[in-house]
Ligand binder design. Structure first.
Ligand code: GTR
Length: 336
């Protein structure tokens, strides 16, 4: 675990205590009889696969609860940037959130483990882990931050993209500022590759690429396309350094207002929404690749991805010590 994470643990503990206090005062109203009007925060636009799955989840839940559970999805970061939304959830002012796991490490330090580079062999390995006991154990850990983890969504693999010359080996990243998500292990990954990591909110990346404040960023194909970052940083290199899930969560305060039966309904519909999201995701990956090809973006397939893997081997070892159980579960999921 990194020092920054250790420093943050004090804050997390304090916030958890605060949330526990709030829950004790206000919880237990029960969802039978009254209507629950909740907000779900989403960073992406309404046609993005995570937002469409959020919307499907909300619609199904409204229908199957006979209107008792009424969730409104707020796309386009209308309720704030991801990191701020997580804080607001802890304070009870936003009930639901879809966020990327990389952001969660700042609130639940053990979630940093998802950011360890080159953890999963491929999508099958990744989903075997998420669907198994290891994936459920990670969702359970979210209680530390005063939230209940409902389900995972797909986010593919993250790769580096840049302005200027394409990146073909770690040496090409020397002296280049690459944006990473706030609070993520990705900062260490980029630094280990030889680049210079810059933490920044998602919405600031386009203009920062355009003005040269940063020389690149890293993300999956669908995000690279939906943000139009490819217009200002037209070289995408398939480093595929991380597979980090998206996660749908609800605040403990909101959760405690549900009857046992409605809790089960929420969990069921959330799990079903994952199937929906994964179908949409697969289509979106294909479509975004096509958009990139149509727009003349240079997509570099690496002859030797091993160069990147070797560059982060010390980092992988350092992180491994702190997450033995997690890594054991990841290893077990390698076999079908
Ligand atoms: C995307 C993810 C977003 C956000 C973004 C980022 O892949 O879906 O929630 O975290 O990355 O890089 O900020």
């Amino acid at each position: 675990m990194r020092n920054a994470a250790l420093r943050r643990m004090g804050i997390t503990a304090a916030v958890t205590a605060l949330v526990a206090g709030l829950t004790a005062c206000g919880g237990g109203a029960g969802s039978e009889g009254g209507t629950l009007n909740w907000r779900l925060a989403e960073t992406h636009p309404s046609d993005y696969p995570t937002t469409q799955a959020d919307q499907w989840f909300a619609d199904q839940l409204r229908k199957r609860s006979d209107g008792r559970i009424n969730i409104e999805v707020y796309p386009d970061a209308q309720l704030g940037e991801e990191r701020d939304v997580l804080e607001q959830m802890q304070l009870g002012s936003i009930e639901l959130n879809r966020t990327n796991a990389n952001l969660v490490g700042e609130f639940v330090p053990s979630w940093e483990a998802f950011g360890i580079p080159y953890l999963f062999d491929d999508s099958e390995h990744f989903w075997r882990f998420l669907r198994g006991e290891g994936g459920q154990a990670k969702l359970d850990e979210l209680s530390e931050a005063g939230v209940v983890g409902l389900t995972y969504y797909d986010s593919g693999a993250r790769s580096v993209y840049t302005t200027g010359e394409p990146v073909e080996s770690p040496a090409d990243l020397a002296g280049r500022n690459i944006r990473v998500q706030p609070g993520s292990v990705t900062a260490d990954v980029i630094d280990a590759f030889g680049g210079s990591a810059t933490t920044m909110s998602f919405s600031e990346v386009y203009s920062s690429l355009e003005t040269g404040v940063i020389d690149g960023a890293e993300n999956n194909f669908p995000s690279y396309v939906s943000t139009r970052h490819y217009e200002v940083a037209g070289n995408y290199t398939l480093t595929e350094h991380q597979r980090v899930p998206e996660v749908l969560m609800i605040s403990q305060t909101a959760w405690d207002q549900l009857s046992e039966q409605d809790k089960e309904l929420v969990r069921t519909v959330a799990r079903e929404s994952t199937e929906k999201q994964r179908e949409l995701w697969a289509e979106e990956v294909e479509q975004s690749r096509q958009v990139l090809e149509d727009n003349g973006v240079t997509i570099t397939e690496l002859d030797d991805r091993g160069e990147f893997e070797r560059a982060v081997s010390a980092l992988r070892e350092a992180e491994a010590g702190a997450y033995a159980d997690f890594l054991e579960a990841v290893e077990a999921a390698r076999q079908p």
